[in-house]
Design a protein around this ligand. Structure first.
Ligand code: ATP
Ligand code: MG
Ligand code: MG
Ligand code: MG
Length: 471
């Protein structure tokens, strides 16, 4: 089953269960300055859950474009290292605004997975929050999942990515237990079942999270039951596609294979399993859609996250031997694979390619010099890259710290983050003393701003200018 069909079947299934199909919202959240990017399907419904906004429906379903890079949810460091993480992915979700609750949410999920997508039930594992006897009982008694495949999970705070089956929007407000569905990719892949010490592997992959918003938490931490509990679910479309296409890694699904082939064509890399090609295929999706949604590479906030992702992609191209601009050409390939589902991409495709091409030209000049310096250091057998060098790469050659760390990590070398911060701080103080900073004391140099105003003139897009100047 192709990705497009998987997405369509999900939405139609929930439509048949009385849900209204709601379009994906943009990656820049409309009314939430605290959130860097839309990172799940519930973001556009936040005020509906909080009761601050009314909609003409109480059941909704969506395929939501999501980004988890920078901010609280950051999967950037996982890309290229796990089979299941992307910076950009599509989250398929169904939502109940005070309408149905656990029983229906669980029954719908099971029916969709085992009947519509015809997954073998014995490959599915479920987790419930340790105290959530209600969800446990529904899975065990009503659905008939054998107890050996139902795992009770606690808060698990502190573990790297370990299942945390209690969800909360913020420190106070709506919260509740969740129940997650995992797919067992079989013994050929390393990793233990959810909740076990080696769950970090990629054998049992979490595909769907069902969140049951049940309580309101107050400042003192006291939980009061909500009068109208809600449901918020999210399933990674690419993870489901991997299961349905009988491949283990998300990067082997149809949609990614098209992009990986395109990246291979543009970089001249013959090894289609190269992690660098995977990173580039991942990053073109995030970068293109961020530009579609109005983000422009810059030195602060969202713009800086975008810049970091672009530069990481370019560095991987460089690693494969491509020293000329190539990344922007993948926008056409992305449009071919995703433009039908996302007309907003097709509509501004040329501008997106321009924005990326500009950033490529900019960084192309310094990437090679910076890499030469970094390579020389790495060749000398260091275990830790000193903060001064990392800062020089950042300041003079435009290497974001995470890019430098990415190169070092490939060679088993760490970076002295504290040394980097110290060098940065020293430079800030020097610049302040020399009066070079703008009033307001942000990191934005006058020069950067001028450069971007010139750039806007180049693209001729007033909206972009407004966004940039606003930070
Ligand atoms: P994981 O534990 O694998 O990092 P998660 O628990 O952080 O996933 P949720 O926040 O529960 O993920 O999001 C709901 C669903 O979205 C997940 O079950 C998964 O299918 C998908 N998903 C989450 N993060 C990613 C990602 N970085 N790339 C692709 N799909 C993702
Ligand atoms: Mg995660
Ligand atoms: Mg998880
Ligand atoms: Mg989860």
């Amino acid at each position: 089953m192709k990705s497009a069909e998987i997405r369509e079947k999900f939405l139609r299934f929930f439509e048949s269960k009385g849900h209204t199909i709601v379009a994906s919202s943009p990656l820049v959240p409309a009314n939430d300055p605290t959130l860097l990017f839309t990172n799940s399907g519930m973001v556009q419904f936040k005020d509906v859950f909080l009761g601050k906004e009314q909609r003409p429906y109480r059941r909704a379903t969506s395929a939501q474009r999501s980004v988890r890079a920078g901010g609280k949810h950051n999967d950037l460091e996982n890309v290229g290292y796990t089979a299941r993480h992307h910076t950009f992915f599509e989250m398929l979700g169904n939502f109940s605004f005070g309408d149905y609750f656990k029983r229906e949410a669980i029954a719908y999920a099971w029916e969709l997975l085992t009947r519509v997508y015809a997954l073998p039930p014995e490959k599915l594992w479920v987790t419930v929050y340790q105290e959530d006897d209600e969800a446990y009982r529904i899975w065990a008694d009503e659905i008939g999942v054998p107890p050996e495949r139902i795992v009770r999970i606690g808060d698990n705070k502190g573990a790297r990515y370990a299942s945390d089956n209690f969800w909360q929007m913020a420190d106070t407000g709506p919260c509740g237990p969740c129940s997650e569905i995992f797919y067992d990719h079989g013994p050929a892949v390393a990793g233990g079942p959810p909740g076990s010490p080696d769950e970090d592997g990629d054998r049992y992959i979490e595909i769907w999270n069902l969140v049951f918003m049940q309580f309101d938490r107050d400042e003192a931490g006291v939980l009061t039951p909500l009068p109208h509990p809600c449901v918020d679910t999210g399933m990674g479309m690419e993870r489901l596609a991997a299961v349905l296409q009988h491949v283990h890694s998300n990067y082997e699904i149809d949609l990614f294979q098209d992009l990986i082939r395109a990246a291979a064509r543009e970089t001249g890399c013959a090894d289609l399993a190269s992690p660098s090609l995977r990173v580039i295929a991942d990053h073109i999706r995030a970068c293109a859609f961020l530009v579609v949604d109005g983000v422009i590479p810059g030195n602060e906030g969202r713009g800086y996250v975008l810049r970091r992702i672009i530069r990481r992609a370019l560095r991987h191209g460089y690693k494969l031997g491509q020293k000329k601009p190539f990344f922007h050409r993948l926008v056409a390939d992305l449009d071919a694979t995703m433009g039908d589902a996302y007309p907003e991409l097709r509509a501004v495709r040329a501008r997106v390619a321009d924005v990326l091409a500009h950033e490529e030209e900019r960084f192309g000049e310094t990437l090679e010099h910076g890499m030469a310096i970094l390579e020389a250091d790495l060749a000398s057998g260091i275990r830790t890259l000193d903060g001064e060098t990392a800062f020089k790469l950042y300041d003079t050659f435009g290497f974001p710290l995470d890019l430098t760390a990415d190169v070092c990590r490939e060679r088993g070398v760490s970076v002295d983050d504290a040394g980097f911060e110290a060098a940065m701080q020293r430079q800030r103080e020097q610049a302040r003393a020399a009066g070079k900073f703008k009033a307001g004391g942000t990191l934005a140099y006058e020069g950067v701003r001028t450069e971007f105003i010139g750039y806007d003139a180049l693209s001729g897009d007033a909206r972009v200018a407004a966004l940039y100047v606003g930070g």
